[in-house]
Design a binder for this molecule. Structure first.
Ligand code: CA
Length: 224
């Protein structure tokens, strides 16, 4: 079970977030100020939701204090954001922003996407899927019949998502949300085009067809 630390000084928002995330199956730690946050962070949460406007110290300062010894994703909660805030936030080691007021569904989706991404980046091995196909997740390259096939970033991200969950069906929206996250303009049609390109590259190099289309639903990695 993943543990989420919520840092928020407004009791209503804090309890709403806590109830929702617990209902979604997470273990939840809470803190109402920066000092508490730093203390709670010692318990090693998997992700932190961090309000920027805290009574004792700035959320950005909390983030900087945690960043060096805590590798987990940190998502800022903030009422307004300027380009400057964003830059400062990323510079202090934050991973994402969620604007207030937010919907709980949005929070749930972002938390899930960040945790999945994190799980994948810990996946630092080479996996052989077929005698002719090896994926190296740390080098982000694919070997087909001992030859290196380099995929553009998004294509590799999609390949990594599907191949680390063999047999699981992903719809286009979920792939889009996971791989593009905040950067995207919301058009999940781009997923089909990327899948098409991945297939062309791998199969041209001699890989068996590993990405299967589940008609009307989405895509899955062949389970062998
Ligand atoms: Ca606040």
């Amino acid at each position: 079970m993943s543990t989420i630390l919520i840092v928020e000084d407004e009791p209503d928002i804090l309890s709403m977030l806590r109830d929702y995330l617990e209902m979604e199956g997470y273990a939840v730690l809470t803190a109402g100020c920066g000092r508490d946050a730093i203390a709670q962070a010692q318990r090693g949460p998997d992700l932190i939701l961090l309000d920027i406007g805290l009574p004792d110290m700035d959320g950005l300062a909390v983030c900087r204090a945690l960043r060096d010894h805590l590798p987990c994703p940190i998502l800022f909660l903030t009422a307004r954001i300027t380009e400057d805030d964003k830059l400062q936030g990323f510079a202090s080691g934050g991973d994402d922003y969620i604007l207030k007021p937010f919907s709980l569904k949005e929070i749930g989706a972002r938390v899930q996407a960040h945790l999945r991404r994190e799980a994948r980046s810990r996946y630092r091995t080479r996996i052989r899927f077929d005698p002719s196909l090896v994926i190296d997740y740390s080098q982000r390259v694919v070997f087909v019949r001992e030859q290196t096939v380099t995929l553009p970033k998004k294509e590799f991200d999609i390949l990594a998502l599907l191949s680390t969950h063999p047999g699981q069906v992903f719809d286009r929206e979920r792939i889009y949300e996971d791989v593009w996250g905040l950067e995207g303009d919301g058009d999940s049609a781009v997923v089909s085009e990327h899948i098409r390109r991945i297939r062309v590259r791998l199969e041209a190099a001699g890989s068996p067809p590993m990405i299967q289309t589940v008609w009307g639903v989405g895509y899955k990695w062949a389970k062998r």
